[in-house]
Design a protein around this ligand. Structure first.
Ligand SMILES: C[S@@+](CC[C@H](N)C(=O)[O-])C[C@H]1O[C@@H](n2cnc3c(N)ncnc32)[C@H](O)[C@@H]1O
Length: 364
């Protein structure tokens, strides 16, 4: 990063101040004087040893990053990720994963924040259609991978930042759209001294603050009582059925099996609406998606029973030997459309949620 390249949307996570643009390896806050490093080209506001990664541990992620420097990030994915997990390779490369963007009136001049940007797929896809994207990621090795994508694919309107939504190093009122794809459910771990819903609401309030008036929020997440949980899908506790349990029981069970509390809360649409309303969001809408919010191949308004029947039919034709899908198809087929419209919002496995900050955000 050149000295003059301090991103205009960056702000001190401690006091909100601007940064002095006279250092190459550090950022100095002009208000409180705090220094933050620029690590390998990535402004860094968080502990670099903190790591989170699905199938790949920290050592493997470091090797992937080294290979990305040596051979390029695509080769690194093909050599290191694909043999272990072809699905993860598709997840990293598949721009279609950002197709939820069609739920929003996206414009070329928009500024977008992708929170918990992971491997950077959604950020890179969004950078093709908007003016500016910031990828905020709390795991340094992941932010570094995004930086490799930016440099190697010459994506001039995307910036990788190592930091957290808990203390965002960003200016308030800056974004037209904020994306939380597979992130809200993990935020309960950001502060274990408070209840999970209050930590999640606090982070949603932070998003509200970062948005411009009239700005949009996107949340991709599981439906707490979704059919896949009943069919034994693994919950974020790495145990089955915990999202279906009363919270106290889930706490006890997770403590017994995993030696920690249950803090990865998901909700039904009623619960998500409650959280978002507490964080002052309006115009809240729910869309069902299949097969998952991370692969939103099909999505439709969550209460539309006709659409659900049609999508399930297509999926069973595509995967005739999938027993769980077969069961789901039988149930859906035998349920009247009207009943399906009422029940589907609680039973579809995954949700895409749209919410908005009011255009006039002044409190009367
Ligand atoms: C399930 S992944 C989702 C990745 C990405 N959104 C996607 O869909 O491709 C969740 C990501 O959020 C990051 N994360 C978790 N808590 C965070 C926080 N408080 N601030 C920023 N990133 C966070 C994790 O390091 C992880 O990379």
């Amino acid at each position: 990063m050149n000295p003059s390249d301090v991103h205009p949307l960056l702000a001190c996570p401690r006091c909100g101040g601007d940064f002095e643009s006279s250092f190459e390896t550090t950022l100095k806050c002009l208000s409180c004087g705090e220094f933050f490093p620029i690590r390998e080209g990535v402004p860094s506001f968080y502990d670099p040893s903190v790591y989170w990664g699905e199938e790949f541990d920290l050592d493997e992620m470091r090797t992937i990053n080294s290979l990305a420097v040596e051979k390029g990030w695509r080769e690194a994915v093909r050599d290191m990720v694909k043999p272990k997990s072809p699905e993860r390779a598709e997840y990293i490369e598949g721009f279609f994963r950002a197709d939820w963007r069609f739920l929003f009136p996206v414009q070329e001049n928009w500024t977008v924040l992708d929170v918990g940007a992971g491997w950077g797929t959604l950020s890179c896809a969004l950078a093709e259609v908007v003016g500016e994207v910031v990828a905020l990621e709390s795991a340094f090795e992941r932010a570094k991978f995004i930086q490799h994508r930016i440099e190697q694919d010459a994506i001039s309107n995307l910036t990788a930042i190592h930091g957290t939504l808990t203390r965002p190093p960003l200016k308030a009122g800056s974004f037209d759209l904020i994306a939380l794809n597979g992130v809200l459910e993990w935020l309960g771990w950001a502060d274990t001294s408070r209840s999970v819903p209050s930590v999640q609401v606090a982070h949603l309030k932070t998003c509200w603050n970062l948005l411009k008036p009239g700005g949009w929020l996107y949340v991709g997440i599981e439906n707490r009582f979704g059919i896949s949980s009943w069919l034994g899908a693994m919950d974020h506790s790495y145990l089955k059925y915990t999202s279906l349990m009363p919270r106290m029981l889930a706490h006890g069970y997770t403590n017994l099996k995993r030696k920690h509390a249950y803090r990865t809360y998901t909700y039904s649409p009623i619960g998500y609406r409650r959280l978002l309303t507490k964080a002052r969001f309006e115009e809240i809408d729910f869309f069902a998606t299949l097969p998952t919010y991370s692969r939103p191949v099909y999505y439709w308004p969550v209460g539309n029973g006709k659409a659900l029947k049609r999508v399930i039919k297509i999926l069973t034709q595509e995967k005739p030997n999938n027993a769980k899908l077969g069961w789901a198809a039988k149930i859906v087929d035998r349920t009247p459309e009207g009943l399906l419209s009422v029940a589907a919002p609680y039973l579809v496995p995954h949700l895409l949620i749209v919410a908005r900050k009011a255009k006039d955000d002044r409190i009367d």
